[in-house]
Design a protein around this ligand. Structure first.
Ligand SMILES: CC(C)(COP(=O)(O)OP(=O)(O)OC[C@H]1O[C@@H](n2cnc3c(N)ncnc32)[C@H](O)[C@@H]1OP(=O)(O)O)[C@@H](O)C(=O)NCCC(=O)NCCS
Length: 329
């Protein structure tokens, strides 16, 4: 094929990138939609200081048929590049994916990264084309997650409230978008722990390095992309420290699908249902703050038993297998 691959640098390119995603995402991931254009624009020109993001469009005969994203962590994991690539469903199986990947791998080599990771979503049983593609290019599956979906119309508030009785010594803290100044350092510490405490299978991902400035950058990035972040946490009263955290992201201009982002309880405070309590509280916050949300999406490692039990109790149900692949260069 005569594939032309070009870096996206302006709004016109972002529109093409987004047009591909608009067809690909609902086809490959039932229940999901492409992120709104403003979220693509917010990643230009090249992401943020802690994560460089390079977007590419692939065209055949001038028409955009494929898109890709290369993510380069800058504060940790200097050996890794995460790739996401997709070909329009009506143009698959003609070698476009393979050609696009070859261009992306050249970029990765130039960036001196030797480990490439990517994910493939697909039905709960059976193998999606992405998995066959990944195998054919020499990658191996290293970690499996399930995407779970909570349909908000099915949530029984009274039942969730019955699950939730708050243990003595902790209080609920909540915020939207930006953490209060006295909690941002703790929130950053909990983000670092996410990368050591959540199972990652054989994914070669080293602990992330977080401070308050990086947490602020993460907040700004979400706000810049039009996302609202809803956070519920638990503060230990005696120390004043934030010991549990959960957040949900939802786009302001299209608040239909909400994403469960991170959830973590600090060791030493686990086993007191704080995980369930903060998640239940955050769902209530979401419904209060953002009417119109239809579903909440979450991704969990298949072997993360405790988190999965919490999600089951709240009514999340598995809808998709989500496999991470890895290739050494
Ligand atoms: C994965 C994807 C990018 C492949 O794009 P494509 O243009 O169809 O890929 P190619 O035509 O270059 O296929 C290259 C090889 O992958 C394998 N492959 C790809 N799709 C396949 C399928 N449906 N069945 C079996 N093998 C397949 C084959 O070995 C193929 O080589 P061959 O045609 O010579 O046998 C495309 O299916 C897609 O966009 N999927 C959704 C997004 C995704 O899963 N991305 C994965 C990486 S993040």
């Amino acid at each position: 094929v005569q594939l032309q691959v070009e870096r996206v640098r302006d709004e016109a390119g972002a529109r093409e990138w987004h047009a591909v995603d608009d067809v690909v995402v609902p086809t490959d991931h039932p229940g999901l939609l492409a992120d709104p254009l403003e979220e693509v624009l917010a990643r230009l020109p090249e992401g943020t200081p802690s994560e460089r993001v390079l977007l590419f469009v692939g065209r055949v005969g001038g028409e955009p048929v494929a898109n890709a994203e290369v993510m380069l962590p800058m504060q940790d994991n200097p050996h890794v590049a995460s790739l996401d690539l997709a070909v329009r469903p009506d143009r698959r199986r003609r070698g476009i994916g393979r050609e696009l990947l070859a261009v992306l791998l050249d970029v990765v080599r130039e960036e001196k990264r030797n480990t490439v990771t990517g994910h493939v979503g697909g039905p709960l049983t059976g193998e999606p084309p992405g998995a066959r593609f990944a195998r054919s290019v020499g990658a191996s599956p290293v970690h499996t997650e399930l995407r779970r979906e909570l349909l908000l119309a099915t949530v029984d508030d009274a039942a969730v409230d019955r699950l939730a009785s708050w243990p003595p010594g902790y209080e609920l803290v909540q915020w939207v978008d930006r953490a209060p100044a006295d909690l941002v350092g703790d929130a950053a510490m909990l983000m670092a722990r996410m990368t050591t405490d959540a199972p990652l299978g054989e994914l070669d991902w080293q602990p992330e390095i977080w401070d308050a400035a990086r947490f602020r950058e993460k907040e700004d990035r979400a706000i810049g992309g039009g996302r609202r972040r809803l956070v519920s946490g638990a503060r230990e009263q005696v120390s004043g420290r934030l010991v549990a955290y959960t957040d949900i992201g939802v786009n302001r201009s299209r608040p239909v699908i909400a994403y469960q982002w991170d959830t973590i309880v600090l060791p030493g405070h686990r086993g007191r249902r704080l995980g369930l309590l903060v998640k239940a509280a955050n769902l209530r916050l979401l419904r209060r703050q953002v009417p119109g949300v239809r579903s909440v999406q979450t991704w969990n490692a298949a072997d993360n038993g405790y988190m999965v039990a919490v999600n089951d109790a709240l009514g999340f149900r598995p809808v998709e297998r989500w496999e991470h692949w890895q290739k050494r260069l």
